[in-house]
Design a protein around this ligand. Structure first.
Ligand SMILES: Cc1ncc(COP(=O)(O)O)c(C=O)c1O
Length: 410
């Protein structure tokens, strides 16, 4: 491990950390998930590099909360975008043993395959695009495609090749205007797929725009479509629509199964949801690093590119090895705070690619090696707190976490 500059100023208690560094790095390596992300060997991580912590207990707690709210319906866990930053294989492995979890949903074939490579057996729904070769690979690995185009002949071809029927979920666009067969044109497609012996229609799904008034119209369109097809005797399988937003806003849209992402990871997707008392969510993800340098700026001295910060009086500042390349939004320097040793300190100057700076105040109250938390499960430094303080979103904070950062599962 390279000694950071200023090492000689380190406190005695930090020396023991440094001496233990090699052992600690080795221990941490055992906790780093492999298979979920392509990353440099854990053995090459410096103990001063930032890391992402995954709190398994909080993840389980959140599943319990959601299961209680939607009982007796199952949960299709959305683990796309590297498991919302926690590591797709990490979360799939941690969630699979929990009985309310019916399966997993991702948007990239590579993530679906990573879940299978991690040994996870529960159903995996691929909500993203694929070509015929990709479909073939998906079917071979027991991955269920989401479909919305006249793909029946291709499904039959793959079914013949694989000697098995192909399960599908049909995505219906009830007004979001992205993927999904338009609701007014959905009935012929669904009838066609349901009639093919080599296709198993396992579910139909839709996504809300999260516009409260229009959501009602969307749900009515979906219900009307499903009702008339069921009236004809078409077996639709599992109907699902509710994301985290729906868990709070649309109990009438829980249908046969719910499909949340963010709530599983313990974050309130909208600030208003936090005070409702409907779900007690506990953040299951933290972004942490150790202070790498502490210095005093004299009045008039500056910090950051373009001299973004100029000290009004003598002040101590600490440098942290976390920048926008790690997933910290640049706007975090505009109101965000970092927890170090129980206190919250403002991020100042600018967030550069690999560094950020916090203002400590008139006394040098932190030291090299102190653990700093950009967000964690504590009130005041929850992801929602950082997002709100700097005008960012919990989706940006979680999903932009660099996949190369080590994940430590606690
Ligand atoms: C189709 C679909 N369903 C469910 C979700 C889960 O959403 P959330 O993380 O807000 O619960 C997403 C994520 O954006 C999605 O794209």
């Amino acid at each position: 491990m390279m000694a950071p500059r200023g090492l000689l100023t380190i406190r005695v208690s930090r020396r023991s950390f440094l001496q233990a560094g090699t052992a600690a790095a080795t221990a941490a390596a055992g906790l780093v998930s492999r298979g979920s992300v392509v990353r440099a060997s854990a053995a090459t991580d410096s103990s001063f590099d930032p890391w992402v912590e995954v709190n398994a207990e909080n993840l389980r707690h959140n599943v319990g909360e959601i299961a209680r709210r939607v009982a007796p319906r199952p949960i299709l866990a959305v683990v796309k975008n590297n498991g919302y930053g926690l590591g797709v294989a990490n979360v799939a492995r941690l969630l699979e043993p929990l009985s309310p979890i019916a399966g997993f949903a991702v948007v990239k074939l590579a993530e679906a395959l990573a879940i299978r490579e991690a040994g996870v057996k529960k159903p995996v729904l691929l909500m993203g695009p694929f070509d015929e070769a990709g479909l073939d690979e998906a079917v071979a690995k027991d991955i269920t495609p989401m479909v919305y185009t006249p793909i029946g002949d291709v499904l039959e071809r793959v079914a013949r090749k694989r000697g098995r029927s192909v399960p599908v979920h049909v995505c219906v666009d009830t007004g979001i205007g992205r993927v999904g067969v338009p609701h007014a044109k959905a009935a012929p497609l669904i009838r066609d797929l349901a009639a093919r012996p080599s296709v198993q229609l396992q579910g139909v799904m839709m996504t809300f725009t999260e516009d409260p008034a229009f959501d009602k119209e969307q749900l009515a369109r979906f219900q009307s479509l499903c009702g008339s097809l069921q009236g004809e005797g078409v077996r639709l399988g599992t109907r699902h629509a509710a994301s985290s937003f729906g868990l709070f806003q649309h109990p009438d849209a829980f249908l046969d199964m719910v499909r949340p992402g963010m709530a599983l990871y313990g974050m309130y997707s909208e600030p208003e949801f936090r005070g409702l008392g409907l779900l007690d969510l506990r953040p299951a993800v933290s972004l942490k690093a150790r202070v790498i340098y502490v210095k005093q700026l004299r009045a008039g001295e500056s910090a950051g590119y373009n001299r973004a910060y100029v000290a009004k009086q003598d002040v101590w500042v600490a440098t942290l090895p976390v920048g926008h390349a790690d997933g910290l939004p640049r706007v975090a320097a505009k109101g965000g705070r970092v927890r170090i040793g129980g206190a919250l300190y403002p991020l100042i100057a600018s967030v550069s690619a690999s560094h950020s700076i916090v203002e400590i105040g008139p006394e040098p109250r932190v030291a090299i090696g102190d653990v700093a938390s950009y967000f964690d499960a504590q009130d005041g430094s929850r992801p929602e707190d950082l997002a709100q303080a700097c005008g960012s979103s919990v989706y940006d904070l979680a999903m932009h976490l660099n996949p190369l950062l080590p994940r430590r599962v606690l």
